[in-house]
Design a protein around this ligand. Structure first.
Ligand code: G1P
Ligand code: ZN
Length: 550
């Protein structure tokens, strides 16, 4: 038989393991320069394909947040998927696919999983970060046993398989053959718009905008730009110019695509200035986080979760309200108070969205959230930035209150959980481990001690037993409680790429009092001092204070 000269050749390439590919809280992150090393992306891809073993006839969704090097990595992923027996890959046009939209695609298409190229809110560009996350057939992030197996595989890999073929044109929608595999380039925006239309009262939101309500959405030159323009400007008639920084850029315009008061300072300033719009929001690199602002007010993510859960029944997608709520352990207990009032359970899970998936799959919870600006529901298996924005708009459209009034009424009904997170960044990893280890050893002696006038009622390390599948996760953060009123949590970040980040989460509850609202840092002064004395921070690091107070 004469060989078919037009068929791309399959190459099996000898390789050596590239170290350092350890999955964190949310997939695998690395410095982009590291990811661009020879064989790095190939080794990782081969390890992923070996573990998720999609096999003949399998189908995957592929895309990312458009950051630097994604375009090259996508071509490698496609050629390697084709060489490893994958039958079909649906890749987003120009590789631009938000994380929640990837989850929606995986679920709608009933494919075997997806690969999302994103380092979320970390900076992009050649000097920034790169990331790759594996999602499974339920649309959610791969659970720990899968990511651990991928990591083990990266350490033993000796060959990878790739197809020698020209690059696929990702700019136009349509089907192409890549050897035996079908590559489908698709536009993910219409399906996402459809999903949002099925959950929210678009007529009510349109009427809100017609009444003169003004909003601003900052896409931070990241992936949500096209989705936000289609939803807010085209569908909901929010007015041209509502979405700013709408064009995705490989370096996110040189900024951290992280929707918080530091990295979205312009937006915050606009909302606190004269002539501010009624409402504003921003999302991160891959579109799963959200920041919510009203005129003269920033809504903390823990409060946002509580407000959304308490008012979800106002949106057509949640007519009976949530069946249950889940929050990550360091998230404030504001959501617990709503759950109690609604007579539904509230689950406390480790940090990271993957821990919500079993609860969502089992139908035990409808709404989930994290203090790190992540909120979402059972419509997908990822947190969803634009979903949170639209639910806020739906609630505002029905209740016709300002954001500040809505929050004030919420606190007057449920009480207020003052909340702040202090981050110490760029810490020497060994020093960070030692600080946590010392703290761990001190835990047994803390209960009963009164520090800064607060008496420790409980001190321990959070370990989680998944109530659905019984799997356990240890060492998920150190908790020190001062009665039911106040709490401090200490944990190490699992998403950084250079040095360690120590996070200290502080909170204090105040019963409903419509006349007393302090600023969070003032209300938390005593808890902060107590937490600093317990951990020895910031003295141990020789710093004046945290690098970031959120
Ligand atoms: C951070 C957040 C966490 C979130 C994760 C991915 O992880 O704290 O809530 O799920 O990013 O967006 P960390 O760096 O704290 O491990
Ligand atoms: Zn993200």
């Amino acid at each position: 038989m004469t060989p078919d000269r037009s068929a791309p050749a399959l190459r099996t390439v000898p390789t050596a393991p590239v170290p350092g590919q350890k999955p964190g809280t949310s997939g695998l992150r690395a410095r982009t320069v590291e990811a661009m090393q020879p064989n790095w992306i190939e080794n990782l891809t081969q390890s992923i394909l070996d573990v998720i073993a999609p096999g003949a006839g399998s189908s995957l969704v592929l895309g990312g947040d458009g950051r630097f090097f994604n375009d090259r990595a996508i071509q490698v992923l496609l050629k390697m998927a084709a060489a490893n027996g994958v039958a079909h890959v649906a890749v987003a046009r120009n590789g631009l696919l938000s994380t929640p939209s990837a989850s929606a695609e995986i679920r709608h298409r009933r494919v075997d999983g997806g690969l999302i190229l994103s380092a979320s809110h970390n900076p992009g560009g050649e000097d920034g970060d790169f990331g790759l996350k594996v999602n499974i057939a339920n649309g959610g992030p791969a659970p720990e046993p899968v990511t651990d197996a991928i990591h083990r595989r990266t350490l033993e890999l000796d060959v990878y398989r790739v197809l020698d073929a020209p690059d696929i044109n990702l700019a136009s929608v349509g089907n192409t053959a890549l050897g035996p595999m079908r590559v489908e380039v698709f536009d993910p925006v219409p399906r996402y718009v459809e999903l949002m239309r099925s959950l929210f009262d678009f007529d009510a939101i349109r009427a809100l905008f017609r009444s003169g309500f003004r909003m601003r959405f900052d896409a931070m030159h990241a992936v949500t730009g096209p989705y936000a323009q289609a939803l807010l400007e085209d569908e909901l008639s929010a007015g041209p110019g509502t979405v700013v920084n709408a064009t995705p850029k490989p370096d996110f315009g040189g900024r951290h695509p992280d929707p918080n008061p530091v990295h979205a300072a312009d937006l915050v300033a606009e909302l606190f200035a004269r002539g501010a719009p009624d409402f504003a929001a921003a999302s991160d690199g891959d579109g799963d986080r959200n920041m919510i602002l009203g005129r003269g007010i920033c809504v903390g993510p823990s409060d946002s979760l509580a407000v959304l859960a308490a008012n979800a029944h106002l949106a057509p997608g949640y007519p009976d309200g949530p069946v249950g709520i889940a929050r990550s352990m360091p998230t404030s207990r504001a959501a617990d108070r709503v759950a109690r009032a609604l007579g539904i359970p509230c689950f406390e899970t480790p940090t990271g969205w993957k821990y919500f998936a079993t609860l969502l799959d089992a139908g035990r919870v409808t709404i989930c959230g994290e203090e790190s600006a992540g909120t979402g529901s059972d419509h997908v298996r990822e947190k969803d930035g634009l979903w949170a924005v639209l639910l806020w708009l739906n609630i505002l459209a029905v209740r016709r209150r300002s954001v500040a009034e809505l929050l004030g009424e919420h606190w007057a009904r449920f009480g207020r959980d003052y909340y702040s997170r202090h981050d110490y960044e760029g810490v020497d990893p060994a020093a960070a481990d030692a600080i946590i280890e010392t703290l761990r050893r001190r835990l047994p002696e803390l209960p009963g001690q009164t520090i800064e006038g607060l008496t420790v009622s409980h001190a321990g390390e959070f370990a989680y037993v998944d109530p659905v599948d019984g799997s356990t996760s240890e060492h998920q953060g150190i908790r020190v409680s001062f009665g039911t009123e106040a709490r401090a949590v200490f944990r190490l970040s699992g998403t950084g790429t250079s040095g360690a980040t120590l996070r200290v989460y502080l909170e204090r509850f105040e019963a409903p009092d419509p006349h007393r609202f302090d600023t969070p840092q003032a209300a938390l002064a005593r808890v902060t001092r107590a937490a600093d004395r317990i951990s020895g921070l910031p003295g141990l690091l020789g710093r004046a204070g945290p690098d970031m107070r959120g």
